[in-house]
Design a protein around this ligand. Structure first.
Ligand SMILES: [Zn+2]
Length: 361
């Protein structure tokens, strides 16, 4: 009997240890599943209008004739770590289809679908005002265990509206916002100074990813949020600019940012083995007509095709998912809630969680 009690105690300690208590949600705007699963695309890289005379650099960094090697060169952390410890969805070559459910196939509708867990078709513009619908982040921030432990960092300033900063009261630092509040750390002071004195390469609505990343990383170390959302934007910007090397470099850099976040998480007692990392996108881009890789909207076939990857204590190590299935972006909100031990309920309907992410075996 004593033995059994001891065993039960041990069991509960072990299973309690494997709970997700924190989640880091990452998006990289409009990065295609084609590059995630196939690596660099030579049909794009060889064209002068996309390589601008600099194809050597692209091939040196990202080319291999072996598919597995090629995609690892582009996203080494995703393929070496997440794909061995977690799950990667969206390889349509294997029939694993993930799509956005909204009919628009661009950013605001995509982020709203992802973060609210449902589609309101009237959200049809990137200039759309404050989102009338509650997001998962707002729901998390209402839970007693997570209250004031939710934050968002975005390269693009639209997240104030997408996450309805006014109503949700979640700290949201976007684009050229100053970070660190009234008591910035020395790192935050330096980030702010560099941000404001930087060349505004992407205009005044969006900053380069490096600023957003270091703002978020510093916040993670200083404020220890339980829910952190980071939205990188360069992958979309360089694609619209027809700059394939920059597009690949931006994705390669996001992969390095993920590794840096994960290394910090796994070295910190609050986060180690209690944190899930999920990475996805707001929309895909064209591919059938190769020239359309630069763009995305509902007239460009394939720009509703997306992917996601997830790793954490709840997530069994299934690796690259190769079964034939159709899943939707709107299912990720309930999935993330479930990973954190909650059922996402609010004033609007929520699409069902993806059972295979959480299910053992
Ligand atoms: Zn775009």
């Amino acid at each position: 009997m004593k033995k059994n009690i001891l065993f039960l105690f041990f069991f509960f300690v072990v299973s309690a240890k494997s709970q997700t208590e924190n989640i880091i949600i990452v998006t990289t705007d409009g990065f295609r599943w084609q590059e995630v699963f196939n690596g660099m695309d030579t049909a794009i890289a060889k064209q002068w209008k996309f390589n601008h005379g600099d194809s050597l650099e692209i091939y040196q960094h990202y080319w291999s004739s072996d598919l597995n090697e090629r995609r690892k060169k582009l996203m080494p952390f995703l393929w070496n770590t997440i794909a061995t410890k977690g799950q990667v969805y969206g390889n349509r070559n294997e029939g694993n289809n993930i799509n956005v459910f909204n009919p628009h196939w661009f950013s605001y509708p995509g982020y709203s679908e992802l973060l609210c867990g449902f589609v309101d078709t009237s959200i049809n513009s990137n200039k759309y005002p404050n989102n009338p619908h509650s997001s998962l982040l707002e729901f998390f921030n209402k839970q007693p265990a997570l209250k004031n432990k939710v934050a968002a960092f975005g390269a693009w300033d639209a997240f104030d509206r997408i996450l309805n900063k006014e109503r949700s009261k979640i700290p949201i630092i976007n684009a050229y916002d100053t970070c660190g509040g009234n008591h910035p750390s020395s790192n935050e002071k330096l980030i702010n100074e560099m941000l404001h004195n930087s060349v505004k390469v992407l205009g005044t609505e969006e900053c380069l990813d490096v600023y957003t990343h270091y703002e978020a990383l510093e916040y993670l170390k200083k404020n220890k949020p339980k829910v952190l959302y980071i939205s990188y934007g360069e992958t979309d910007e360089w694609a619209h600019d027809s700059k394939y090397r920059n597009y690949l470099d931006a994705a390669h850099q996001v992969d390095a940012y993920l590794e840096q976040l994960w290394n910090y998480v796994q070295a910190d007692p609050q986060y180690r083995n209690k944190t899930t990392l999920l990475i996805t996108v707001d929309h895909g881009r064209g591919d059938i007509k190769k020239d359309e890789w630069t763009s995305h909207n509902n007239k460009i076939k394939g720009s509703d095709q997306i992917w996601f990857a997830v790793m954490g204590p709840h997530i069994s190590a299934k690796g690259e998912i190769k079964n034939s299935v159709q899943l939707y972006q709107q299912q990720l909100a309930a999935t993330m809630a479930q990973i954190m031990g909650y059922q996402f309920k609010c004033e609007h309907p929520v699409a069902p969680a993806i059972a295979s992410v959480i299910k053992k075996s």
